[in-house]
Design a binder for this molecule. Structure first.
Ligand SMILES: [Zn+2]
Length: 304
């Protein structure tokens, strides 16, 4: 057993070493280093974290118990040290599923003396809240329960809705959906990019082959980087208020995205990866030297 663990850790170390050397060629996913993962760990442990909107979310902290008017007089049953212990235990779990299971274990059904029944949509049973202190379940009010854990009512409602009649808690699927619309946009961008790569003739190509060939000087990684560059450059025309083109900068256009924007920002469109002649060595040729020839289709339309 010991040996296996040793072996695993050395191979992991080797992998890390390899990753350092090959950096820049092909890097492996390291989700544990992602900002999102780090925030998730902090969030689930009740610590302060930066959320997806880049704002700082405060750390969870033990809130004051219920008022002394509470019918259950919870504050007399569980002292401040025990409250802090419960709080630390809950946030020490650090995993949403197990935290929900913990909450579920704190709930018990209250059998009401009178109950309105509706066979089609039976009402959910009311729940009582308990904490286990020194091995004994101690009933507390909802305010006390929520304040000790520093959670909202919503967390409890989620637990109730996610637990079936056998007490089985559904797995958390957060973050597992895919954004279909942006995926579609991305796929169409990928197709467009692939189609934009110039095709070359292959000497070995058979007449009947439908295979297409591209210039072999680029590796897949190069192509991927080109694609990324195109994606970063992609600017929606609808979002821009003003577009300016100047004679001196034929490889750029200038945009203003709002009326507040003082100066134009430059969008450089020349492919930096392809070796191209500097501007002063280029001889510019007029794209249209004369009146443009109408297409056969247009001619027919104008003739009729
Ligand atoms: Zn109370």
């Amino acid at each position: 057993m010991q040996d296996t663990i040793m072996h695993d850790s050395t191979s992991a170390a080797n992998k890390a070493a390899v990753a350092v050397f090959t950096k820049g060629r092909k890097r492996t996913r390291q989700p544990e280093n992602w900002k999102q993962t780090k925030s998730k760990i902090l969030r689930n442990s009740g610590k302060s974290y930066i959320n997806s909107k880049n704002t700082i979310t405060k750390a969870r902290q033990l809130k004051p118990p219920c008022k002394d008017t509470c019918r259950l007089r919870c504050f007399t049953k569980i002292n401040s040290v025990q409250r802090q212990n419960i709080f630390d235990t809950y946030w020490g779990i650090g995993d949403i599923h197990n935290q929900r299971s913990f909450i579920w274990s704190c709930l018990t059904n209250i059998e009401p003396k009178y109950k309105y029944t509706n066979a089609l949509a039976p009402r959910n049973c009311n729940k009582a809240f308990h904490f286990i202190v020194n091995g004994n379940p101690i009933r507390v009010c909802k305010v006390f329960f929520l304040n000790i854990l520093d959670i909202s009512d919503r967390v409890v409602r989620t637990v109730r809705s996610k637990t079936d009649e056998h007490g089985v808690l559904k797995t958390d699927f957060r973050g597992m959906t895919c954004n279909r619309k942006s995926d579609e946009v991305l796929i169409s961008d990928i197709k467009e990019f692939i189609n934009s790569i110039p095709r070359t003739d292959s000497h070995y190509r058979r007449q009947s082959s439908i295979r297409e060939y591209i210039d072999g000087s680029k590796t897949i990684v190069d192509l991927f980087r080109d694609f990324e560059e195109v994606q970063n450059k992609k600017i929606s025309l609808l979002e821009n208020l003003m577009i300016k083109v100047t004679k001196n900068n034929p490889f750029s256009f200038f945009i203003k995205e709002s009326y507040k924007q003082q100066n134009f920002s430059e969008v450089y469109v020349r492919n930096r990866r392809t070796k191209m002649l500097p501007l002063n060595q280029l001889t510019l040729v007029k794209a249209y030297t004369g009146k443009q020839e109408l297409s056969e289709n247009k001619k027919k339309i104008y003739a009729s």
